[in-house]
Design a protein around this ligand. Structure first.
Ligand SMILES: *Cc1c(COP(=O)(O)O)cnc(C)c1O
Length: 364
């Protein structure tokens, strides 16, 4: 028998990430509320820019993504030299792990934090460590208690997926201040654009305050370009330099760059998505509460609903599927009693809430 080629230790511990499903057997119309995608499809301006760019797709992209970085810098008031783009922010999270953690090192995250963090840690040969949460919210004290002399990176999704909860600017400052100087704090602010709380900050000021905090962002959520894989981050210059050494030379496609720039400029589209999302977060949470289903107070573009048992959550998911509605099961996050529902278009949310009413009636 041929010898097998061993992968590096740690790789075998990874459970491959499973994304939300898009199709249901036998269903003509599917309502997909499973992956926190845009409720209205992409910006028409992004589609136009992508079509214009298509005829030049035999050319390699600009490896430095300078026009995209300048557009991001202009939109968010940041220095383009300290922005690095990625094939989705997932790529940047992985690259940070590979560059700053390895065998013997610990990568710390919150109990119900985004699943990419342990995957990226294991892939780098490092050990992921979870700090417990209180009421489905990242707990600064628990994180600080979990720091050891092996901790190299702390990942915080703020707001967090899948809980939808967030840490205030003051809580994030307390976390940064409590961490050792040589621990990299990565703030994954994938949902920052949705947050309408004045005690929230995406973390720019923490990045600017030192050499040890990074912030990542994405075009997959508010900007609705998940299929194109475009993300970005804002970094201290030394970390930007490190990422520019380790990233693929052409990691963001020419089409992704073109569509990203066009989406950034389309402020009307962004406002429309944001206002719609805020409206339906409130409506959906209130309607679920009326049905006796508690939720967290989400500040992102999805709702996390809690059922009386894992069996009920499973039954509800099965019933919704029969109605052609796909939401997200949460067992992989240790939240089997919960379902996560992304905010879709108004008619999709109405169909979801009508189905929920029928489901709950059937159980009363
Ligand atoms: C969706 C999401 C991302 C973004 O992923 P992309 O790779 O940019 O599509 C990052 N972090 C969290 C917490 C997310 O939910």
């Amino acid at each position: 028998m041929a010898n097998t080629v061993p992968a590096r230790p740690g790789i075998e511990k990874i459970s491959p990430y499973v994304g939300g499903e898009s199709a249901l057997k036998g269903a003509a119309r599917v309502i997909k509320l499973a992956s926190n995608e845009g409720p209205f499809g992409p910006s028409p301006k992004a589609v136009e820019a992508l079509q214009d760019a298509a005829t030049a797709m035999h050319r390699y992209p600009d490896g430095s993504a300078i026009h995209l970085r300048e557009a991001i810098g202009a939109r968010f008031g940041l220095d383009p030299a300290r922005i690095v783009c990625g094939a989705g922010s997932d790529e940047l999270l992985s690259l940070l792990c590979h560059a700053y953690a390895g065998p013997g090192d610990e990568v710390l995250y919150s109990e119900h934090g985004f699943l990419i963090y342990p995957i990226a840690a294991y892939a780098a040969g490092a050990t992921p460590v979870k700090a417990p949460e209180t009421d489905l919210k990242t707990d600064v004290d628990a994180l600080l208690d979990a720091v050891t002399d092996k901790t190299r990176i702390v990942f915080i999704a703020n707001p967090n997926n899948p809980t939808g909860t967030y840490l205030t600017r003051a809580e994030m400052h307390r976390l940064r201040t409590g961490l050792p100087e040589d621990v990299l704090l990565v703030i994954d602010a994938a949902y920052a654009e949705f947050v309408n709380r004045n005690d929230y900050s995406a973390g720019v000021e923490l990045v600017d305050a030192g050499q040890n905090t990074a912030m990542t962002r994405t075009f997959s959520k508010l900007f609705a370009l998940g299929g194109l894989r475009v993300g970005w981050g804002y970094f201290p210059s030394e970390i930007a330099d490190v990422l520019n050494r380790v990233r693929g030379p052409f990691n963001v496609s020419s089409l992704g760059q073109a569509a990203g720039i066009a989406s950034l400029i389309d402020l009307e589209f962004q406002d429309r998505v944001r206002l719609h999302t805020l409206e339906w977060i409130v409506k959906t949470q209130e309607a679920l509460h009326e049905l006796g289903i508690p939720t967290t107070q989400s500040v992102a573009n999805f709702v996390l609903a809690r059922f009386d048992s894992a069996a009920t959550a499973e039954a509800c998911d099965a019933y919704l599927r029969e109605q052609g509605i796909i939401v997200r099961r949460m067992g992989s996050y240790g939240l089997a009693q919960h379902l996560r529902i992304s905010i879709g278009a108004a008619d999709e949310m109405q169909a979801f809430l009508a189905a929920m009413k029928t489901f709950m009636k059937g159980r009363a």
